[in-house]
Design a protein around this ligand. Structure first.
Ligand SMILES: [Zn+2]
Length: 291
C-alpha cells in the first residue's frame, strides 16, 4: 500500500515552511562535512590498498566496500548540485567536482542540469529520471526475491547499460565543464601509470560497474518508484550506512525542501508529520503489491 497523503491545513503548511526556512538559515557544520569526506575517502583508500593480485580472495570484499563508498561520494556530489556544500558557488562546485563527482566520471554542472529538472518535474512525463527508471529492472510489483535477483545481477555487472545511461544524462554542460573532467582523469591516469597502480585503477572501474550501481539502483528504487511523490521511510543505522548514506534516507524531506543541507534533514523530518513514515522493511514488502 502506498503512503497515505493527508493534506496539512494551509496555516499549518505555511508554518512548516517558515520553520524549514529558519532551519536553512542555521549554520552548516564544516567539521561534520570534513569528517564525512575524510571517513569516506579513508575507507576507499584502505580498500584500494588491500586490493592486490596477491590477495584474490579479498577482492570481492574490497569491490563491495569501494562500491558502497563510491555511492556515498555520489550522495555528497548530489548535495553540491543543490549548492549545499558551500555558500561560495565556485568552492561548492570545486569540492563537488574534484572530491565527489570527477572520480565517478561525472561533473556537478552536468548532474545539476539533469537533477534540477527531476525536482521540478517530479514523476511527470518531463521528469528526466523517468526514462532511466523504465524497463524490466523497475517493473512493479517487485517481490523481495526479485530485488535480490536484481541486486545480485547488478553485482555481476548487468546494470552497466543503466549506469551508462545515467552518466550520459549527466554529461558535461559545456566544453569548459568537460575540460575539467578531462584534465582530472589525465592527471589521475598519468599518476597511476607512474606509480604502476593500473590494477587498482581497474578495481576502481569494476567497483563502479558492479557494487556502486547495485547499491545506487536499490536506493533509486526506494526514492520515488510506485509513489505519487516520494517514499517516506526510516532505516536501521546499518541499512542507512549501506544504502542511504549522508541522510539520503530523508529523501521525502529533501524533495520538500531541496535547499536544506543533508545535515539538517533529520530535524526537518520532525517538523512535518503530514505523511506517515514507513519502516524500510515495510516499504520493501509493499513493493510486492504496488502497481
Ligand atoms: Zn536532489
Amino acid at each position: 500500500m502506498d503512503a497515505v497523503s493527508i493534506a496539512a491545513p494551509r496555516e499549518e503548511s505555511e508554518s512548516i515552511d517558515r520553520r524549514a526556512r529558519r532551519l536553512a538559515q542555521e549554520r552548516v557544520s564544516v567539521w561534520l562535512l570534513v569528517r564525512d569526506i575524510a571517513l569516506d575517502w579513508t575507507i576507499l583508500l584502505v580498500a584500494l590498498v588491500l586490493a592486490t593480485p596477491d590477495h584474490l580472495a579479498l577482492l570481492p570484499f574490497c569491490i563491495l566496500v569501494i562500491g558502497v563508498h563510491q555511492h556515498a561520494l555520489s550522495i555528497l556530489g548530489h548535495e553540491a548540485s543543490h549548492f549545499t556544500i558551500s555558500k561560495t558557488k565556485w568552492l561548492n562546485d570545486a569540492i563537488g567536482n574534484v572530491i565527489f563527482f570527477y572520480p565517478l566520471t561525472v561533473t556537478v554542472s552536468g548532474y545539476r542540469r539533469f537533477h534540477i529538472q527531476h525536482h521540478l518535474k517530479l514523476n511527470s512525463m518531463e521528469d528526466p529520471e523517468l526514462p532511466l527508471r523504465a524497463g524490466r529492472f523497475y517493473n512493479s510489483p517487485m517481490s523481495i526475491a526479485g530485488f535480490a535477483a536484481m541486486f545480485i545481477g547488478d553485482l555481476f555487472g548487468f546494470g552497466i547499460p543503466s549506469l551508462y545511461r545515467l552518466v550520459w544524462a549527466s554529461r558535461p554542460t559545456s566544453v569548459r565543464d568537460a575540460a575539467g573532467l578531462f584534465v582530472f582523469w589525465v592527471i589521475t591516469i598519468s599518476a597511476v601509470i607512474y606509480a604502476h597502480q593500473q590494477f587498482r585503477l581497474a578495481i576502481w572501474a569494476i567497483s563502479l560497474g558492479t557494487a556502486y550501481w547495485a547499491v545506487s539502483r536499490m536506493r533509486v528504487w526506494c526514492e520515488h518508484t510506485s509513489s505519487d511523490t516520494t517514499n517516506r521511510h526510516w532505516q536501521s543505522p546499518l541499512v542507512a550506512y549501506l544504502l542511504f548514506p549522508h541522510n539520503n534516507g530523508y529523501h521525502y524531506e529533501h524533495h520538500m525542501w531541496p535547499y536544506l543541507s543533508y545535515q539538517k534533514l533529520p530535524i526537518a523530518r520532525a517538523i512535518d508529520n503530514s505523511r506517515p513514515v514507513l519502516a524500510f522493511t515495510e516499504l520493501m514488502r509493499s513493493f510486492g503489491t504496488r502497481k
